[in-house]
Design a protein around this ligand. Structure first.
Ligand code: SAH
Ligand code: SF4
Length: 332
């Protein structure tokens, strides 16, 4: 399908995406528990509340024991995967992360997804050897001048190389974009979507741009939910078997939008089990992690609610299709 027509026909792409989603994944929604273990970041991305120049943010780091406690809650809730996410924080070195991965695998037997930003190839390899299963590194945009402007001091080439290291190390690999970025033209977004779809990754994540008040992009307009949904539908049609989460940024647009995304396109939901006393400081975009409920209670409520809406929630790891299709299918 010519991408140039995307915006005109996208209203019609949702039914097509829904048919693909249903054919591949049925009514299943795979659940991941996410532990956002550090909000320290050495980068200064213009769009993100964790950027190093945001001095208004209270910073935290979780101990290995705190992370393990959250991982135990994830297991107790019946979820098959722990996602470890943080700002780019070198305080957690190669050995420390490797030890954590080994503990999660040994004590809980859960799948482990890493989302730690760009790391040296040696770290990426060592963590795979320690037992990590997946790695998510979003490109955010493939458009060179836009990338340089939004991620000062970072190079597109270097992030692409890191993504290549991830794929070569044998991870189930994921990437993605922020949709509706400031200064992004329609044509650029369409090109980004095409480039991403052509990579045929195991996991693809698209979050709508949401302006954070303590960043230089505070006054730019947020992306519209429909725009993000249209982009997601495009990816589902081109990457039928990829795992596609509802981003937490999209879920913040409300329950109706979240259910629409899950019904038509997405097959994955990520629930934060970051401890209550720090979770609101993982403030990538406004509104994130602000529920007054305890993380465990909130996660349990969301899972029950999804079941009530007719979704099946397998407690198998929800591996990439190429592994899932060989053995996991039917386990859930
Ligand atoms: N530091 C790691 C992982 C944490 S950030 C990394 O950058 O890879 C996780 C994701 O949050 C980023 O990949 C980006 O896509 C998203 N994000 C950050 N700021 C955002 C914003 N204002 N609106 C929407 N998504 C945002
Ligand atoms: Fe740091 Fe990731 Fe936020 Fe960029 S997007 S500032 S790398 S946490």
């Amino acid at each position: 399908m010519p991408v140039a027509d995307l915006l005109n026909i996208c209203a019609n792409l949702l039914p097509q995406a829904r048919a693909v989603r249903e054919q591949v994944w049925g009514k299943q929604v795979f659940t991941r528990g996410i532990v956002e273990f550090s909000n320290h970041c050495q980068q200064n991305c213009l769009y993100c509340g964790l950027r190093r120049d945001n001095t208004a943010l209270t910073r935290y780091r979780l101990s290995q024991q705190q992370i393990m406690q959250a991982a135990h809650s994830i297991k107790k809730l019946g979820m098959g995967t722990v996602v470890l996410q943080s700002g780019e924080d070198p305080a957690y070195d190669q050995q420390c992360i490797a030890q954590l991965i080994r503990r999660i695998k040994d004590e809980l037997g859960l799948a482990v997804t890493l989302s730690l930003g760009e790391r040296p190839a040696a770290d990426i390899k060592a963590w795979k050897q320690a037992g990590a299963d997946r790695y998510l590194l979003k490109m955010e945009t493939f458009t060179q001048p836009l990338y340089s402007r939004l991620r000062p001091g970072c190079q597109l080439e270097q992030r692409l190389n890191c993504l290549q290291d991830i794929c070569q190390a044998g991870y189930e690999s994921g990437s993605g974009l922020i949709t509706g970025l400031p200064w992004q033209t329609r044509a650029q977004m369409q090109e980004d979507l095409e480039t991403l779809a052509a990579m045929k990754l195991d996991m693809v994540s698209l979050s709508p741009f949401s302006p954070h008040p303590q960043t230089p992009l505070a006054r730019y307009l947020p992306d519209q939910a429909t725009n993000n949904l249209q982009a997601l539908a495009f990816i589902r049609c081109h990457n039928p078997t990829s795992h596609i989460p509802v981003s937490s940024a999209l879920a913040l647009y409300g329950q109706e939008v979240k259910l629409e995304a899950l019904t038509n396109v997405c097959d994955v939901i990520m629930l934060s089990l970051t401890p209550a006393d720090v979770r609101s400081a993982y403030n990538i975009y406004p509104g994130k992690n602000l529920s007054p409920l305890r993380p465990y209670v909130r996660a349990r409520e969301i899972l029950n609610d999804l079941r009530k809406h007719g979704f099946e929630l397998p407690n198998s790891p929800g591996s990439a299709w190429r592994h899932y299709a060989c053995g996991e299918r039917g386990d859930g």
